[in-house]
Ligand binder design. Structure first.
Ligand SMILES: Nc1ncnc2c1ncn2[C@@H]1O[C@H](COP(=O)(O)OP(=O)(O)OP(=O)(O)O)[C@@H](O)[C@H]1O
Ligand SMILES: [Mg+2]
Length: 262
């Protein structure tokens, strides 16, 4: 397919045998880039080593991108919110704290993050933005709500694969449990929470958000499990309390929550 607006001719396709061997070797990104790269290399008389370097770099780039896209998909992040739409000054989290967390150094140290505060104060948005950053940095994220985590562990209990499920979850460098509390949760939720906190303890980072401070989790969960889980959770944790009125409410009352009907 050629366009009439460009004067450059399309690069000649690769010889068929070369295409075949690149397919066999599973080098799709190298194969896609090769016609252009080879044409440029010919025109500019590149050193052969440079050709090899550029082609292989293209394959590495393509694979890394594909891995990230796959990880973003399997992470199950909720709404696609990133730092691009985050207004740091509208958050009650001190900006230096936001910046320090955004470096992700705490994830490298397997430290935890606990954010509690009223509804609509940006807890989920902030953690999701961090989670996207973690994936961009080449790491994995597993995103749950307490409900979805309870369901996942419950399902694994039925088919006897709890250990496997926990191992899979803790492959992620950052495990998020968004939205703990509001509704009292029972024994199953407390067990699921405890299992993940225990498995991640000093190995993986855990981020939890809640309307309740973690020290109050024993009011919504069976006390023994909640206490043991919170003890591990808070041992190496950055604890942040958000405050203020709901940004949802502010936007809604200012008429900014919807696109006006015509
Ligand atoms: N600092 C901010 N910059 C941009 N948008 C924000 C900010 N804080 C909150 N919002 C927006 O306000 C809405 C509510 O935020 P969010 O869902 O993160 O709240 P929450 O604290 O998780 O509330 P809940 O406890 O009800 O789950 C979202 O649409 C979010 O994008
Ligand atoms: Mg939330």
């Amino acid at each position: 397919m050629t366009t009439t607006t460009t004067t450059t001719r399309p690069a000649p396709p690769l010889p068929e045998d070369l295409t075949a061997v690149l397919k066999r070797m599973r080098l799709p990104y190298l194969r896609a880039a090769a016609p252009e790269v080879l044409a440029t290399a010919r025109a500019q008389r590149w050193d052969p080593a440079e050709v090899l370097r550029v082609l292989l770099a293209e394959e590495v780039r393509g694979r890394d991108e594909a891995t990230k896209a796959m990880r973003r998909k399997t992470a199950g992040l909720p709404a696609g919110k990133t730092f691009a739409s985050w207004r740091e000054h509208d958050s009650s989290i001190p900006v230096p704290t936001q910046s320090a967390l955004a470096t992700l150094e705490w994830v490298g140290r397997a430290e935890n993050l606990a954010i509690s505060g009223p509804s609509g104060t940006g807890k989920t948005h902030f953690v999701e933005a961090l989670a996207h950053k973690v994936i961009d940095a080449g790491m994995r994220v597993a995103w749950f709500t307490l409900e979805s985590l309870t369901a996942a562990i419950g399902k694994a209990t039925v088919d006897g694969s709890v250990a496997k499920t926990i191992a899979r979850i803790t492959r992620a460098e950052l495990i998020v449990i968004d939205d703990i509390g509001m509704l009292p949760s029972g024994q199953a939720a407390a067990e699921a929470f405890y299992r993940v906190v225990d498995a991640a303890y000093e190995r993986r980072s855990l981020a939890v958000t809640s309307n309740l401070h973690p020290s109050g989790f024993d009011t919504i969960m069976p006390k023994t499990l909640a206490t043991a889980a919170v003890d591990r959770l808070l041992h190496h944790a950055h604890v942040i309390v958000t405050e203020g009125t709901s940004l949802r409410l502010t936007e809604a009352t200012a008429g900014k929550g919807v696109v006006p009907l015509t």
